[in-house]
Structure formats: C-alpha cells, structure tokens
Design a protein around this ligand. Structure first.
Ligand SMILES: [Zn+2]
Ligand SMILES: [Zn+2]
Length: 134
C-alpha cells in the first residue's frame, strides 16, 4: 500500500496514512470555511486508526466543535489538520496538508447551499445542498 505523508505549515506535526480514502470531497459549509480560513475545505475520509502520528503528537490541539465532532490543528502554526467524528472514529483529513499526491480526487461538493457567495465551483462533480441523502 502506497503511503501518503502530511504535515502542518511549521512542520511540527507529521502524519502518515494509506493512499486509500473512503471518499474525497469538498465541503462548503460555513464551519469548514471558518476552520480552514478558505472558501471551502477539500477533505478525504478514512478510519482514524489508519492515520499515524509520526511526529508532533503533543503539538496537535483539538477544538470540540460539537458533541460529535472534534477539530484538530497545530498549536504552533494553526494549520487545520483534520476533523474527527467521535462516534465512528472517522477522520476527515484536510487535503491541503498532504505532501504527496493522492491517487484519488475530490468527487463531490456538499453543503453547496451555504457556500461562500463569491466562490464559483469550476468542475462538474455532483453538488448537494447539504449532505447526500443515503
Ligand atoms: Zn505547525
Ligand atoms: Zn464542512
């Protein structure tokens, strides 16, 4: 299995994970926008136990966004790292922290109903007002 490396801006936090995400997509919700400081967040989902902290475990700060979701960031440089779902242990890794090129690409847009008004989506991936209905 090809492995991918990821790190924060200052380099304190280094992560390693398999090049195999359950999904990849772009989230346009207002909370991802705040957390990332960007128009939207590109994330890849995978089981949390597949993400290895190679360095800087003590530099990872966590913000409890809701009962179910915790956001992880570097306490030194502030880089958004991932969100973690507490019930499932699933992680949504912020793709911007990857140092290697993953095999997959984001394949959908969620929470398009609350996207940044100035942002124009430039691909033809499926768009969902909120979450896809399952
Ligand atoms: Zn950092
Ligand atoms: Zn979001």
């Amino acid at each position: 299995m090809k492995m991918l490396h990821a790190s924060c801006l200052c380099g304190a936090v280094k992560l390693r994970l398999p090049d195999s995400f359950d999904y990849m997509g772009n989230c346009h919700c207002g909370e991802c926008r705040k957390f990332s400081g960007s128009d939207y967040a590109s994330v890849g989902g995978l089981d949390g136990d597949k993400v290895e902290v190679m360095q800087g475990g003590d530099a990872i700060a966590r913000f409890q966004k809701s009962e179910e979701t915790r956001l992880a960031f570097c306490r030194h440089c502030g880089s958004s790292l991932f969100s973690q779902k507490l019930s499932s242990g699933k992680i949504n890794l912020r793709l911007g922290i990857l140092d290697d090129v993953p095999s997959q690409q984001p394949g959908f847009h969620i929470f398009v109903g609350s996207k940044a008004p100035w942002h124009r989506i430039g691909d033809d991936c499926p768009q969902f007002e909120t979450r896809p209905s399952v």
